[in-house]
Design a protein around this ligand. Structure first.
Ligand SMILES: NC(=O)c1ccc[n+]([C@@H]2O[C@H](COP(=O)([O-])OP(=O)(O)OC[C@H]3O[C@@H](n4cnc5c(N)ncnc54)[C@H](O)[C@@H]3O)[C@@H](O)[C@H]2O)c1
Length: 168
């Protein structure tokens, strides 16, 4: 299969790239390097089955050729990063998911979101608003509000609706 991994220069995506290449798949990593790093994937650059596209997935995504599956991992991953990059986090959760789904629809590809992210981010945001306590190492009341949890719900809604409409 030819597999696109959004956020593939990050921790999880880069390890999954290694795994899929070893299994004989072709891997295209798309990443804007917001929290990821080329150093995570530089050992793959000589591999003819690997390619890297530097791109922000909140913008229209074009990938030439067939894509059989999309693993959607692009997103800041920790509460610290959510607070450091609040707007990019919201954008990638909603708009990035929408754009990745659009590509899956165009290519007839299987779409696999990193589902735990949505749950974890919603729990974090909801807890931040409701608990009045510190969560992990992140202080309360520093600019994230309950509307952000709604934004993740929007991303999940995109996924459910695209699944219903396209069976991707
Ligand atoms: N690391 C974990 O233990 C863990 C556990 C559960 C879920 N997750 C989820 O898995 C996903 C990846 O986590 P990670 O630990 O690999 O994080 P990471 O920060 O190492 O990787 C995320 C990647 O997404 C990229 N990215 C962010 N915004 C982007 C955009 N707009 N366009 C293109 N690329 C973009 C970053 O540059 C980075 O390379 C996240 O959604 C995270 O919430 C991670």
């Amino acid at each position: 299969m030819r597999i696109l991994i959004t956020g593939g220069a990050g921790f999880l995506g880069s390890h999954i790239s290694d795994y899929l290449l070893k299994k004989g798949h072709t891997v295209v990593v798309m990443d804007n390097l917001l929290t990821g790093s080329i150093s995570n994937i530089e050992h793959l650059f000589g591999n003819p089955n690997f390619s890297f596209i530097r791109h922000d997935v909140t913008n229209y995504i074009h990938v030439p050729g067939e894509i059989n599956a999309i693993l959607h991992f692009a997103s800041p991953a920790s509460p610290d990063d959510y607070l450091k990059f609040p707007i990019p986090t919201l954008k990638v959760g909603a708009l990035g998911t929408h754009k990745a789904l659009g590509l899956a629809k165009e290519k007839g590809a299987i779409f696999m979101p990193e589902a735990e992210k949505f749950t974890a981010l919603r729990q974090y945001l909801t807890g931040l608003v409701e608990s009045g306590e510190r969560i992990g190492s992140v202080p309360m009341n520093d600019g994230v509000d309950v509307d952000d949890a709604d934004d993740i719900a929007l991303a999940e809604n995109f996924v459910r609706t695209y699944f219903k409409e396209t069976s991707c």
